[in-house]
Design a protein around this ligand. Structure first.
Ligand code: ZN
Length: 449
């Protein structure tokens, strides 16, 4: 009896000294956050089962993972801002895509945010963040570190084709000197004709959906919502990948966040490429009055649709793997997440504009890193910012709507609370041309009539 007590005591000593050393060694651990808009377990899981997406399979096995609960209105700009702030849209101030100003639609911008984002909170502790393409980040917050705003890619689409416009968009990136550096890198690629749609899809193994559509439907692809902007979105995601890879190699920070739009954009039109007989069958079922979409219909659709979405997710696996490899070397945490998934009901396959009784479709979450519990957990989009603060050993925002996901980890830390307020409000910037482009894009996606 005595002997075993002694052993237990020594085990306890050993364990506590180990925990102490971990805490001391990583006062502010490094965290990587990867956003994959629209990524959905109901699409990923069938592919893992079929032996595709082996890297996602490995990630899921190594992670604390969740079906990430999300909320209505399930619009990307709102939810990604909730993820970055830990707060509901009423609190963070981004309640949609645009507002009306003198009869004109103006996209909501970072200047409309009422509460600090996680990178501003990180800045308030003297820490450095790198943020790439996160929703509603233009004009960028002036923090320690780097913000490549979500308007940078839109700007590059202009500037690469028309270098005279170079100076007009410097403020899409902070600090401004990074804008020139990124432009130089992209310009080289552009001049080598690597940024053409045909070249990008060839190098990324993404099928040519525009061509496939023309062959199969013998119609003008420009009449199809979202597909008509597909080439531009392929370009945008490529710019974001290039920027992410570059910054991954050169920048030093404790918080790195990057966001990719592609899964969502593709999933809005990809069902056009389902096998013809099945597509007709399910379309009839959706349109026909009195027909019910059952759980079995939903499952069958997802299994079939996952084959169509596969090349897009396989492509995204590669950038996720690059970030993973870097994070692993640094003993960092990685959070991989989406703002929502998709679901099938009588209104179609979507994440917004669904029947009133359909709950908003869950997104994905995987948390990887030292002492992660490797099990399924419950989580919502509001829990991400509190969890990042928890990992950083910082107080949780007392007005945040989520909680730190303590079950995701083997360790338990003390939780403190503090109210974080916005210290530096960025000013609204008038950029009529970019505003116009952004509104046009929202229309092409069917988000604005
Ligand atoms: Zn989204």
């Amino acid at each position: 009896m005595k002997k075993s007590l002694v052993i237990i005591f020594f085990c306890f000593l050993l364990l506590s000294s180990f925990q102490c050393s971990r805490e001391n060694a990583s006062e502010t651990p490094k965290i990587y956050v990867i956003g994959l808009d629209g990524a959905d377990w109901d699409i990923i899981d069938p592919l893992i089962k079929k032996g595709e997406l082996n890297f996602f399979k490995k990630l899921k096995k190594e992670s604390s993972w969740a079906r990430l609960k999300t909320f209505k209105p399930t619009l990307s700009a709102i939810i990604w801002t909730s993820i970055a702030t830990g707060k509901t849209m009423d609190k963070h101030g981004i309640g949609g895509w645009f507002y009306n100003k003198n009869g004109k639609k103006v996209p909501l911008s970072n200047a409309d945010k009422k509460v600090p984002s996680i990178w501003e909170i990180n800045d308030s502790f003297g820490n450095i963040s790198t943020v790439v393409n996160w929703f509603v980040t233009a004009p960028p917050d002036k923090i320690k570190g780097i913000i490549v705003s979500d308007r940078f890619k839109v700007a590059m689409n202009q500037v690469l084709r028309n270098p005279d416009k170079f100076k007009s968009y410097i403020n899409t990136v902070y600090p401004g000197k990074l804008y020139s550096r990124l432009y130089k890198i992209l310009k080289e690629d552009f001049d080598a004709k690597n940024l053409r749609y045909a070249k990008i899809i060839q190098s990324t193994n993404i099928p040519d959906y525009v061509e496939q559509y023309k062959i199969r439907y013998n119609e003008n692809f420009k009449e199809v919502v979202v597909l008509k902007s597909w080439k531009r979105f392929v370009f945008y995601d490529h710019i974001t990948e290039k920027t992410t890879e570059y910054l991954l190699n050169v920048s030093e920070q404790n918080l790195f966040m990057t966001y990719f739009r592609m899964p969502d954009v593709f999933m809005h039109f990809g069902s056009l490429f389902l096998e013809e007989g099945y597509l007709n069958y399910i379309n009839n079922k959706i349109k026909k009055e009195g027909e019910i979409i059952t759980l079995e219909d939903k499952k069958e659709f997802e299994v079939k649709y996952s084959d169509v979405v596969c090349p897009i997710l396989k492509h995204k696996e590669k950038i996720v793997e690059k970030i993973y490899n870097k994070a692993k070397k640094e003993d960092a945490y990685i959070l991989i997440l989406s703002d929502h998934g998709f679901t099938l009901d009588k209104k179609g396959y979507d994440h917004t504009g669904l029947s009133k009784t359909t709950p908003p479709p869950d997104g994905i979450l995987m948390i990887l890193g030292p002492d992660v519990a490797k099990k399924e957990i419950k989580a919502s989009v509001y829990d991400i910012a509190p969890t990042i603060l928890y990992l950083m050993n910082k107080p949780i925002g007392s007005k945040m709507d989520g909680k730190p996901l303590v079950n995701a980890f083997i360790f338990k830390k003390n939780i403190k609370y503090k109210e974080y307020i916005k210290k530096k409000q960025v000013q609204v910037e008038s950029s009529p041309e970019l505003d116009k482009k952004t509104i046009e894009e929202l229309k092409s996606l069917g988000y604005i009539k």
